[in-house]
Design a binder for this molecule. Structure first.
Ligand code: 5BU
Length: 376
């Protein structure tokens, strides 16, 4: 019953973006979703860089987030990441590496910022299990802060121009490797949220082709949520609104795995509650949860709920899962009834004969369910 739901159930994404408890990245994502009218995350579970880049290029306009499992891409290199980032900034979506960190703090820091994947360099969002205790969040947040500091001290050259329609995608020359950042402990002065944002202002970030990033200039009032009401069908307006939103800010966030979609999983109610308690102590870093329903319960909770195990299922179909215990529910059910904000869809789109048409169908189903929900 809608009457008993947490306030975030009925609030619009743009109103939630303006909340003082909203991190820079969460605020950016919520505004991006509003402008593009999409709360669809594509799970790009493909095996090669070329497939990854192709699907990102073709479906990028319909999604707010693209989720990867980089370790199943046989030829994933730094160049794959650079090219995916170029598409993400041109098509306006965040990148989410579904890494599912689960080790002790010292190990996850290394897994996050170094090694062949160097995830912190190219993915805004990662997933984390809290099996090892809440310290894993402190460790990852510290590593994220170091990666951000390192980035901010480096002159970055953004790839400008991008691909034009029909242009062949080619690999950029291998860039010079950047030195691995030193992992610093999380000090109070090294936070993912700068002072100006703590004072309730949101970023207006200026980006030119070669710039010292991140030049987080004082907030312009244009970035407040209400400015981002969008009519997706007005092409000029969409571009103008995306220009006004600005480039993706260089921040890093985690989604805590609090519930799973697979049949017979061992997640208990108590474990899920402990995930939420731990997340509340890391609100700058934790964007929200991977869960089957919204876990916002305290009045100030404003976590985003990303829900996998989603498929458009015909009422009389028996396609409610796969042969390996994945379980599926409809977008209307997870968003409309259970308060999910973003649906994660893989095979429902990847296995369609027309992937773009399927992505658009999922986008529309999820967005319609959200609009109905906030009007309840
Ligand atoms: P599918 O093809 O839509 O079933 O893919 C779902 C994706 O979401 C896949 O990449 C999984 O690794 C991921 N996933 C999931 O399905 N269920 C979960 O509980 C979690 C992740 Br956590």
């Amino acid at each position: 019953m809608a009457e008993n739901k947490h306030p975030s159930f009925r609030l619009s994404f743009s109103a939630r973006a303006s909340s003082p408890s909203c991190s820079t990245l969460a605020s950016y994502l919520l505004n991006l979703m509003t402008i593009k009218q999409t709360n669809l995350c594509l799970s790009a579970d493909v095996n090669s860089t070329s497939e990854l880049l192709k699907i990102a290029e073709e479906l990028g306009d319909t999604i707010c987030v693209l989720k990867t499992h980089a370790d199943i891409i046989s030829d994933f290199t730094e160049r794959s990441a650079t090219q995916l980032r170029e598409i993400a900034s041109r098509k306006h979506f965040l990148i989410f590496e579904d890494r599912k960190f689960a080790d002790i703090g010292s190990t996850v820091q290394k897994q996050y910022i170094s090694g062949p994947l160097s995830i912190a360099k190219w993915a805004e969002i990662v997933t984390v299990h809290l099996f090892s205790g809440p310290g894993i969040l402190t460790a990852l947040e510290g590593a994220a802060s170091s990666a951000i500091s390192q980035y901010n001290m480096t002159v970055h050259t953004e790839i400008s121009g991008g691909f034009t329609e029909g242009q062949q995608m080619e690999f950029e020359p291998e860039p010079e490797p950047e030195p691995e950042p030193e992992i610093e402990p999380l000090h109070d002065e090294i936070r993912t949220k700068p002072d100006w944002l703590r004072q309730g202002r949101k970023p207006s970030i200026v980006s030119i082709s070669t710039t010292i990033s991140t030049r987080s200039e004082p907030m312009s009032p244009q970035t407040s949520g209400q400015m981002f009401q969008s009519n997706r069908n007005q092409k000029g307006y969409l571009k103008e609104a995306l220009d006004r939103l600005g480039p993706i800010p260089y921040f890093r966030s985690a989604l805590v795995l609090a519930q799973m979609s697979s049949k017979g999983n061992f997640f208990t109610k108590e474990y899920t509650e402990n995930c939420v308690k731990s997340a509340r102590n890391h609100q700058d870093f934790v964007l929200g949860f991977i869960s089957q329903r919204s876990l916002n319960s305290e009045p100030d909770d404003n976590f985003l709920t990303f829900t996998p195990g989603v498929k458009l299922i015909e009422p009389d179909s028996n396609e409610r899962g796969d042969s390996l215990d994945q379980q599926y529910r409809n977008p209307a059910q997870v968003i409309g009834n259970d308060g999910a904000d973003v649906i994660i869809v893989g095979r429902g789109i990847l296995q369609a004969s027309d992937q773009l048409e399927a992505a658009e169908r999922y986008r529309k189903a999820a967005w319609d369910a959200y609009e109905v929900r906030i009007m309840k």
